[in-house]
Structures are given as C-alpha cells and as structure tokens.
Design a protein around this ligand. Sequence first.
Ligand SMILES: Cc1cc2nc3c(=O)[nH]c(=O)nc-3n(C[C@H](O)[C@H](O)[C@H](O)COP(=O)(O)O)c2cc1C
Length: 313
Amino acid sequence: MPNKITELFEIEYPIVQAGMVWASGWRLASAVSNAGGLGVLGAGSMYPEVLREHIHKCQQATTKPFGVNVPMLYPDVDKLMAIIVELGVKIVFTSAGNPKKWTSFLQDKGITVVHVVSSVKFAQKAEEAGVNAIVAEGFEAGGHNGRDETTTLTLIPAVKEKIKIPLIAAGGIATGRGILATMILGADGVQVGSRFVASQEASSHDLFKQKIIEAKEGDTHLTLKELAPVRLLKNKFYEDVQQTYAQGASIEELKNILGKGRAKRGMFEGDMEEGELEIGQVSSIINDIKPAATIVADLMSEFNLAKKETAGL
Ligand SMILES: Cc1cc2nc3c(=O)[nH]c(=O)nc-3n(C[C@H](O)[C@H](O)[C@H](O)COP(=O)(O)O)c2cc1C
C-alpha cells in the first residue's frame, strides 16, 4: 500500500507501533517491523545502556526499518541521541518538548525525524522546525497528552489544513475502521499504542495486559494536568489522586503522591493497585492479547474490508 508514510519509512503498511514506556522493547518493535509496520522502541523508560542493548537486539531480530521514541523530558536525552546515532538508527520520534533542539542534529546524520503533538499550534511549530512528519495525537490516546482535550476526530482535519508534511494520526485507533476513518480525515498513516500494549510481545506486565482487555467504557481518565497530563486506567492510585484533588491539591501534593517510579511499578512490575497504568480510551474495545503480527494483519484486513464496505457511500 504505497503512500507518503510507507515511502518515508520504507515499510509495507502505514502503521506505526507507538514508542511506549514500559511496553515497547525490541521484541515488540521487531515483531511489528517484521510484519510490515514500523516498530518503535520506547526509550523513555530505558537507561542509555539499556537502549543500546534494545537497539542491538532489534537489529538482530529484523532487517526492516525501526525507530526510537525519545520523550524530551528525559534527563539524559543527549546520551540517548548519541547512542541512536552511533548505532545507525534511521528513524527517531521526539515527543514532549521542543522539536527545534534535535531535528537538524539528527537529520544531518541522515535520520528521519517525526515529532508528536496534540495541537495545531505545535504541529505548525514542528513543521517550522523542519521535521519530516508529524504525529497528531488526540485526547483519547493512552499515556501523556495535551491539556486542550482535542479529540482525534477534530485534531486531524485541523492539523491537515495547516501543514504540508506527512501526517500520522494517533489516539483511539485499534481497528482497521479507525485507520480508514483517520485517513479520510486527512492522515497519511496511523500510530497505534494501546492495541499493541495488549500484544504478546509487549514488555508490559501480564496483569496490566489482562486489565486492558477487561477495561470498559469510562474506565480511563486524563488527569494530573498540572504536572503532565496523562490518561490512566482507574485504580487505587488514580482514586488517591482524585481524593487529593477533592481536598484542593497543590502541585507539591500532586508531585508527592505521584512520587517516583509509579509507571514502572504499575505497567512493568504489575502492581495494579499502587502503580500508574497508562492506557487509552480504546482499551474498552480491546478484548484479546494477540501476537503483534496478527494485530498488524488484522488491522490491514479490517481496513481493506471497511474500504470495500464504504466504497458505495
Ligand atoms: C503505556 C503507554 C506508554 C506510552 N509512552 C509514550 C512515550 O514514551 N512516548 C510517547 O511519545 N508517547 C507515549 N505514549 C503515547 C503513544 O505513543 C501513542 O501516541 C498513543 O498510545 C496513541 O493512542 P492509543 O493508545 O489510543 O493508540 C504511550 C502510550 C501508552 C498507552
């Protein structure tokens, strides 16, 4: 299915597996790349030397292109970038920060740079910074997100109107119909997060994967906007946060309750009560844990079926 995104990344299908903390290591990324999508390592939860190991293993497990996601909130971004350049990674997704800082440095080394945004304003800034493509992530998405609560249905056409570079839609996409819908809205490709957390190869804890497939409508909420807005699955930790809000929480109190290592504790170590569980609204329609290659194949066959079914509209 050749289009701007498959050509940019040299892949078969315009499906990017989101780089995600505590979920997307080399097993998931290489499985998605081998299946014809773009696998992405989530460097945000890796020490620099851990990233080095994941890149090495990914290079051994696939000959296809793969990328690395680097949230710029990360304290040692320069160390991660040095490893990415040294090991010859060809695609970098930057998020949670200013794209100006790293774009030309990476591009000068032949690396394709994609930046993740959640608003038209930041999409325009990213285009001005010279990135090769943009991921526009709607309010439905799992993990960290914008404060404005702009849904994917609103964000994609709005961004499309203002930018010329390739556009990747994210947030709430877990079906082939979702892919088709966002393409009709103007996207050239999709970034899929939550669906891939519930895959066999994701490094997330099995108890977390089980919670995702049990999740129902209304079980997630975008919270902690004063620190860094994040969509969480409701659990005891989430209820504690809400109680702190009800008592008129200060930023310091929110920081205290979040503490350190909450995300690892929940998503990686499997503490379903006290851990932070990042997942999207779309978890309510994810009902099984599948191999990543099956997810990619199912997304594409649903997409092709949906295209046929809607051809006569
Ligand atoms: C568990 C989890 C961890 C995430 N970690 C990151 C991250 O490290 N960097 C990033 O740019 N986005 C991160 N995200 C957001 C995803 O990259 C992606 O844009 C989002 O999941 C798409 O929405 P969806 O979950 O509805 O598919 C994360 C999402 C989840 C669910």
